[in-house]
Design a protein around this ligand. Structure first.
Ligand SMILES: [Zn+2]
Ligand SMILES: [Zn+2]
Length: 271
């Protein structure tokens, strides 16, 4: 069974350069898909190739608009298309209330009109969840970052020992480092080049965590994403130098596809 992770978007909250809000799609030929985060710029990227139709689960690292507000148009289009398959919704505590309120604001009465069930599940730090995706069982585990709202970095364990993780927003913690230790592929928010504000990660701190003595427990690949629009040029230069000496460090771009269990990586032509 081969899974891949598609970068739907890799921008920050208010970036106008076409990167899209940071969001990832776990997909495979024979299985339904799982979406990790759904900001307001994400649904259009799913609709473009009808990728939304394979979705069976949506996970939220946290409930900021650039990670969750896209759920309103996504659910409403499912209503329009008369979807009948239920949809799993996994997020931090408060997710059900937040999504119900957002949907009610956007399209009053829509929640009751949906012709399919929403199965809400709460992700708590250090309390693993199991999720059935088609015939595959996926294990999820979260660890808190330091962010302005409750945010979990989430690790996904897939069949055949494959794994990936998504940081969401926020500075890494020792719990996050433990969570992502040895993971095949880790998508990491890197808002700043250097430490600036406690609620976002930066490249200096990340390098200190995952190089040198920590290197043995680092993720096998670290893909930087959600870079501040004011820092992207400088951070891209920093990353270009870094990846020459340590190719585990990568920089996300929209429509990159990372195959799990193999080293290959490509940019899709379907932009
Ligand atoms: Zn964000
Ligand atoms: Zn945030």
């Amino acid at each position: 069974m081969s899974f891949q992770v598609r970068v739907l978007g890799c921008g920050e909250a208010f970036d106008g350069s076409g990167l899209g809000n940071t969001s990832f799609l776990l997909e495979s030929k024979r299985h339904p898909s799982l979406l990790v985060d759904c900001g307001y710029q994400v649904p259009e990227r799913l609709w473009r190739n009808n990728r939304h139709q394979k979705l069976d689960a949506v996970c939220f690292t946290h409930l900021h608009g650039d990670h969750a507000l896209g759920i309103v148009p996504l659910l409403t289009r499912f209503w329009e298309e008369k979807r009948t398959r239920s949809l799993d919704m996994i997020g931090p505590r408060g997710t059900e209330k937040w999504i119900s309120s957002a949907l009610q604001l956007g399209y009053p009465g829509m929640l009751k009109k949906l012709p399919f069930d929403l199965h809400f599940r709460v992700l708590e730090a250090n309390r693993p969840l199991e999720l059935q995706l088609g015939t595959s069982e996926i294990r999820m585990q979260g660890a808190r970052t330091t962010h302005s709202v409750l945010n979990h970095a989430i690790r996904f364990e897939l069949p055949q020992g494959r794994s990936f993780s998504v940081s969401g927003d926020g500075q890494i913690t020792s719990d996050v480092c433990r969570l992502v230790s040895g993971v095949d592929l880790h998508f990491q928010e890197c808002f700043w080049r250097k430490p600036r504000a406690p609620s976002h990660a930066d490249l200096v701190t990340l390098r200190a965590a995952w190089q040198g003595e920590w290197g043995a427990t680092a993720p096998r690949s670290i893909v930087l994403t959600h870079v501040s629009r004011y820092e992207r040029a400088g951070l891209t230069r920093d990353w270009a130098k870094l990846t020459k000496v340590d190719p585990r460090w990568k920089l996300a771009e929209p429509d990159q596809v990372y195959r799990l269990g193999g080293a290959s990586r490509k940019n899709s032509s379907n932009r």
